[in-house]
Ligand binder design. Structure first.
Ligand code: 4NP
Length: 151
């Protein structure tokens, strides 16, 4: 069993989508997928309605997810921690206890553009089209993650 954690700032826009998309591409008996926030802004909240509706357009239901904050113990419970942007990377890295923890963290778009450290843009303050753009990026990244996990 491999465990993958998706992390963003609020755990209501990007990481819930990443969680839902990756879950749709892997065998739940082999891969556990979860998501979390670096902030405490939306603990217990459902995903942003725009993330829910974008996912529905692609036949993915993320409405049962609830926001939670990243904890140091997540380094023990997950094999890989994909963050959405460089700010998330710094915030998660600041909680790492050792090199092993740090090595678990990667920017999710590095699975498409290795070593380029690109951000998944935060769609929170924009319109609905921003969510579809984010969806497409995360869909491509999660396809790469799923095929890497199947080796
Ligand atoms: P997310 O987007 O990190 O993709 O979930 C955000 C959600 C909420 C806020 C910022 C970003 N906020 O400031 O409340």
């Amino acid at each position: 069993m491999k465990r993958i954690l998706m992390v963003c700032l609020g755990n209501i826009c990007r990481s819930p989508l990443a969680e839902g998309i990756l879950k749709s591409k892997v065998d739940p008996n082999e891969i556990t997928v979860d998501s979390a926030a670096t902030s405490n802004y939306h603990i217990g909240s459902t995903p942003d309605p725009r993330s829910i509706s974008t996912a529905i357009l692609h036949n993915i239901d993320i409405s049962d997810q609830r926001g939670r904050q990243f904890q140091v113990s997540d380094f023990d419970h997950f094999d890989k921690i994909y963050v959405m942007d460089n700010s998330n990377y710094r915030n998660v890295k600041a909680l790492a206890r050792d090199r092993k923890d740090i090595e678990k963290i990667d920017l999710i778009l590095n699975t498409i553009f290795p070593g380029q450290d690109r951000d998944v843009p935060d769609p929170y303050y924009g319109g609905e089209d921003g969510f579809e753009k984010v969806y497409k990026m995360l869909d491509e990244a999660c396809s790469n993650i799923a095929s890497e996990l199947s080796y």
